[in-house]
Each structure stands twice: as structure tokens, then as C-alpha cells.
Write a new protein. Structure first.
Length: 457
């Protein structure tokens, strides 16, 4: 399904497109591609989605749509609760939880008339940056089934790149929306902490849009953003003109960060894509400055250690039979936290605050830029069967060095598809904004998309 959400919304409004026809077409795409891609943990009843589409069509005919996206199909990641739909956390060792109520994300999509096609897969407990899951098997890239989707929003990314409708919602705690973004050639947004309310808020965790363009991400933000009493961390109501993506680049202050100083340093082709994007903005009148490393390996190792301890707690509660069904890579990873002392766990937890403090200081030292451009990940898509980009030598989290700081500060960060490697693999660029300036990030992404398209001729 190649039409974007903006086109569908306009077509529904002027009567040139029908939600029934659109959902029927998308379901045919799912029929064709799902056996190979493996994007859906739960596929909703097809007849039920067509009934929803028909109801939407009647609302449009009567001039009373529930919103501009009424009748547009989308998917939701399986860890976003939907009443009555099992949540497995991607793990074969877990007894699925069946929520009794919708999460704020699911409820808002339903209230806006969007047609949910299903819940998308994730790897075990969302702790892999790939589409490898003990419960679901391997999720593959629609661009080439030999390539990874990235993760942990693996199914959402595959659905977005594979044409399962234009809009998808993933979650991100260290890069789980943005990594599929770069490896699948998508536009994605990790919004500001608290911008989109969650049913289970957690340090660094957000939900956000995954699509083909910044404009579609903005359209979905208009539905998802806003406070909710369910989430005590949600931001106060803030009027945002999500449909206004025009950006005057003249004088825009752009920081460029391509040398991480910890984790894995980026491939030359990845750095070249960031430099290319920065050059587009500079040619249009932006002021570009370079920033150097500000974080160290011990901090990333501490973040990794705390996540190991958290997941070890989940693993340790399972009976031996269930533990045996957990993905071996994850079982081995969490077992490294088995003998940690309470002091060591707390020291690891303090690394989150240290990352935050140093990142905020580095942003100020860079002159409080309007946006920062960086790699999303050090490398490009790796084999689909591989659980992590660097699975050896205890380098499990070394690839989130460019993404994880912004989960700690809560700043918005998106991805824009910029280039292809010599092998034809996508390379995205991360666009980070000031605290709470989600619209600024989307505007910069939109401007870069325009520049990319002009450069492509």
C-alpha cells in the first residue's frame, strides 16, 4: 500500500477514496507478505476490520468523521495494551497477559476511527535490536528478507516498510523505534518523554510513530499526543500545530555529532550520510557546528548492567521449563546479572542519571542548538538471523551509543532516510531536538526529506 496517510485523509475527505477499498487493499498486501515478513503477533479478524472500514466510510459520507484519520489502517506494537488481546512480550517463556482495558495509545486510535489491523511482534522482552524472538521466530526486512528489521519495534518496522498501511506505533527505551527506522528506510519519531501517555510508564520508555514520511508521523502525533491521567508522567496539554512543517533554515543552529567516543564508532558510509544531511541544511543557510564525544564506555556498560538485572528479575520468576523456552541469547545475557550485589545494581542505575547530566551539559556547551544530527546506529542492517549487530565480546549494547542519551534526557529524536550504501542498504540520520520541541524535529526531518528528494532528481 503505497499511499501515505496524508493522501488517504485527503481522499476520504473529498470522496475520491473509500476506507473500505483501502483496508481491503492493505489486507491483500498482508496476505501476500506476512508469510515471509512475520510482522504480526496478532492479526485482527479481517472481516472485523472491513466492518470498521465500512462504518468509517458511512461517517465520511454523512460528514461526521471521528477525525481526519478516520478509516486509515495502522498497527500497534504488541506491548501497547489492547483490551482482550494477549501480550506475550515476544517471549515463549512468558504466560501472555490479557489486558482488560486499552492503553491510552490504543484508546486514542480507536476514538479517532483508525482501523487497527493487528499487534506487531517484538523480540524477547524488547531487549534485542533485531527481529529474533523465541515466540514469534524471525521477522524479516521487506527490502531484503536476508536483512534484519532492527528492533525492538521489529514488527512495526516491517509492517511500515512492507505496506501494511501508512501508520504504525512502536515503543523505544534505547533506540527501539529509531533502529528499525534507519535499517528499513523509514521516518520515525521517539517523542519527548511524556508527550504520548503510556499505560506503563518507565524511565526512558516512550511510544511513537513509524511511517514513510515526517508528515505522516506528524499526523499520527496529532492523535496520540496529550495528557492522560493513566500516565502520571504525561506532559500538560500543549497546543501544537502538527500540520505546520514548514521550516526556514536560515540561521538554524545545527550541531553534528559523528564521533561517539564509546561503543562502536560509525562506519564511514554512515558518517558520510550525516555529513550529507548537514550539508543540505548548511547550503540552505543553517549554521553548523561539530561536537565531540561526551560519554564514556563505563556509562553504557552500567546501563546495560541495569537492564540485565531488570530482565534477570523477570527471568528468575519463571519456572525452569519456561526459562528453557526463552531465547538462548537473552537467557545468557540476563544470567550475567545473577550474582550482582544490590550495591552493584544501584551503581548501574546511577549511570542513567550520569548519562542525562553529561548529555544536558554537552547540549549547552554546543550552544543550545536547534537540532543535532548524528548517526542512528554505527552500522547498517545485519543478517536477519543475528540477534544483535555486535553479539560477540560482550558488546550487546554498543550499537545504541547514539540513541540512548536522548531516552535519558527525554528529548525528542527522529530518523530520516538519507542514503543507501554501496550494497543498497538504507542509512538514516538521527535528528534530535531541544526538550519538548517535537515539532521542531519533525520540521527538520521534513526539510531533509525535501532536500533528499531534490538531490535524487
Amino acid at each position: 500500500m503505497s499511499r501515505d496517510a496524508a493522501t488517504l485523509a485527503a481522499g476520504y475527505a473529498d470522496g475520491s477514496l473509500s476506507p473500505t477499498d483501502v483496508v481491503t487493499t492493505v489486507q491483500r498486501v498482508v496476505d501476500e507478505r506476512e508469510p515471509q515478513l512475520n510482522a504480526l503477533a496478532v492479526r485482527d479478524d479481517v472481516d472485523g476490520t472491513l466492518e470498521q472500514a465500512s462504518a468509517s466510510a458511512r461517517r465520511w459520507e454523512q460528514g461526521r468523521p471521528l477525525g481526519p484519520l478516520d478509516g486509515v489502517p495502522l498497527t500497534l506494537k504488541e506491548n501497547l495494551a489492547r483490551a482482550g488481546v494477549p501480550m506475550t512480550m515476544g517471549c515463549a517463556g512468558v504466560t501472555p497477559v490479557v489486558p482488560e482495558v486499552d492503553s491510552p495509545v490504543a484508546r486514542r486510535c480507536r476514538e479517532a476511527g483508525l482501523v487497527v489491523l493487528g499487534s506487531t511482534v517484538m523480540p524477547d522482552w524488547g531487549m534485542l535490536s533485531s527481529g529474533v524472538s523465541s515466540r514469534h521466530g524471525i521477522t524479516r526486512s521487506p527490502l531484503d528478507p536476508a536483512w534484519t528489521t532492527g528492533g525492538s519495534s521489529s514488527g512495526a518496522g516491517a509492517a511500515a516498510a512492507g505496506g501494511y498501511g501508512p501508520l504504525h506505533v512502536g515503543t523505544d527505551i534505547g533506540g527501539s523505534i529509531r533502529l528499525p527506522g534507519t535499517w528499513l528506510g523509514l521516518a520515525t519519531l521517539k517523542p519527548s518523554a511524556g508527550r504520548i501517555p503510556l499505560h506503563a510508564p518507565y524511565l526512558g520508555r516512550v511510544a511513537g510513530p513509524m511511517a514513510r514520511s515526517a508528515r505522516d508521523c506528524a499526523l499520527l502525533m496529532s492523535v496520540l499526543a496529550g495528557p492522560d491521567a493513566v500516565d502520571w508522567t504525561s506532559l500538560p496539554d500543549q497546543p501544537v500545530g502538527w500540520d505546520d512543517l514548514d521550516l526556514d533554515v536560515t540561521g538554524l543552529r545545527v550541531a553534528v555529532w559523528t564521533r561517539a567516543g564509546y561503543g562502536v564508532e560509525p562506519d564511514p558510509e554512515v558518517v558520510a550520510a550525516v555529513d550529507r544531511a548537514a550539508g543540505w541544511l548548511e547550503d540552505a543557510g543553517a549554521r553548523v557546528v561539530r561536537v565531540g564525544p561526551w560519554l564514556t564506555q563505563d556509562l553504557l556498560d552500567g546501563v546495560n548492567r541495569f537492564w540485565q538485572a531488570r530482565s534477570w528479575a523477570d527471568f528468575a520468576r519463571l519456572d525452569p521449563s519456561a526459562q528453557g523456552r526463552v531465547l538462548p541469547f537473552i537467557a545468557d545475557w540476563v544470567a550475567r546479572a545473577r550474582d550482582l550485589t544490590g550495591t552493584e545494581v544501584m551503581d548501574a542505575y546511577h549511570c542513567f542519571a550520569e548519562v542525562q547530566a553529561r548529555t544536558v551539559a554537552a547540549w549547552a556547551a554546543a550552544g543550545d542548538p536547534d537540532v543535532l544530527l548524528s548517526p542512528v546506529a554505527p552500522g547498517v542492517a545485519f543478517p536477519a538471523e543475528q540477534p544483535m549487530p555486535y553479539p560477540d565480546g560482550d558488546r550487546g549494547m554498543w550499537h545504541i551509543n547514539f540513541t540512548v542519551p536522548w531516552n535519558m534526557t527525554g528529548q525528542p529524536a527522529g530518523t530520516v532516510d538519507v542514503d543507501r550504501t554501496r550494497e543498497g542498504k538504507p542509512v538514516g540520520v538521527q535528528v534530535v531536538g531541544r526538550a519538548f520541541d517535537d515539532l521542531g524535529v519533525l520540521r527538520a526531518m521534513h526539510r531533509l526529506e525535501e532536500a533528499r528528494d531534490r538531490a535524487a532528481g
